[in-house]
Design a protein around this ligand. Sequence first.
Ligand SMILES: Nc1nc2c(ncn2[C@@H]2O[C@H](COP(=O)(O)OP(=O)(O)OP(=O)(O)O)[C@@H](O)[C@H]2O)c(=O)[nH]1
Length: 439
Amino acid sequence: MSHPRSARGVLLRLKFNLVLLAIFVLSLAGAGVYYYRFLEQGAFGDVRHDSQVMMETALAIRSYTTDQIKPHLDPLNADRFLPQTVPAFAAVETLRRLSGRYPGFEYREAALDPTNPRDRATTWEAGLIEQLATAQAKAPRDEVELSGVHGTGVARAMYVARPITISDPSCLSCHGDPALAPPSMQKVYGRNGGYGWQMGQTIGMQIVKVPMLYPLEKARSTFYSFMLSLVAVFGLMFLGLNLALSAMVIEPMARLNRRLEELATTDFLTDLVNRRRFFERLAAEMADARVHGTSLSVVMFDLDFFKRINDTFGHDSGDRVLKHTAVRIRELLRSSDCAARFGGEEFMILLRETPIDAAMALAEAVRAKIADAPFEVVGTVSASFGVAEWNHDEDAHALINRADRALYQAKDRGRNRVVRASDAPVQRVLVPMEGSEGI
Ligand SMILES: Nc1nc2c(ncn2[C@@H]2O[C@H](COP(=O)(O)OP(=O)(O)OP(=O)(O)O)[C@@H](O)[C@H]2O)c(=O)[nH]1
């Protein structure tokens, strides 16, 4: 009987843990998706910020070159062209030093028809310049900017691009009519590119690239640490809740169930098992005996003239006789035997692996144990016994009926004796009592 109880505990724990696991998996998935997006957005934000800073740095270098360097060095340009006086050159060269320290950070000024061939736009850059030119033409006064992600894997980078649109007429002194351009410049770059520019024309773009690999990897490792700590917290919670479940629910419930089971199967007066439990044990022992081909006997006995004891000494004295009878029976039984108070002053003993002769001997010992020593207050008490061995064909009722008939024969023959049951089945049907159904 302990198996179904522990099975109930296991089932309860299993259900509880499944619910817990489902909640955890859902929470983990929800928190994971939310947190990963949050970190990814943070990484994009950082990269965007870095690219803006870099773009502003390039603009600062450009304007410093135009305002502070170019005016001083321009007189020298007549003899020997100094590219350092060109704002684009100054910005590109300065920020190139930065990429030595921060690999992947790039600044470029790409043009469709550049003076310096190294500034020639790639196909992808040319497409961007077209887009910027279109946007700038639509909104000539606005600060146009395009940004996005370009490249894959390690080369994946965020770019920010701004158009280079001719707004200063002085630009045309070098890039308008080639005949008017400084000869020293033409000596360096030739006359093939970078001329014929118009005011308001978008001739190229400034483009900044900031690598995404590091911020995204940082976001990913933060994400894995977070998820790992969530799993660890859940593991501890899982353990704690299981311990609490055992201590606060499963164990008390099991104790309560054991107590209820005891109450439901024990006779409160004698502490022997009751009729219901006896039939359960009998069914189990019969099944076992059938499988193993062993013998099984029952001893049924009834105290003699018990009504007289009650009437003479009072009901409480009768109760004490019942109690002490149980004590005397117990002293003679093996732990594998089962004694029950069957009802009133009637008792039953189930003897496993016991043939009829051994059962008769045991019944005789019980009879002597009751009859030979007087009970307190009431004195000598005797009992009559019926003993039957199960024949492996009959059901529990037929076996009990045979023992019952033998018991009545013992009464008929003068009481205080043991009678062996006949092998013939009893025609008379016992009225089934509580707990005997279905046996
Ligand atoms: N004190 C006490 N008496 C009980 C209890 N249960 C049944 N009895 C009494 O047991 C008596 C049984 O009487 P009977 O069935 O006439 O049997 P008997 O007097 O023992 O006579 P025989 O069985 O023929 O020897 C009745 O008086 C019941 O009231 C109980 O729990 N306590």
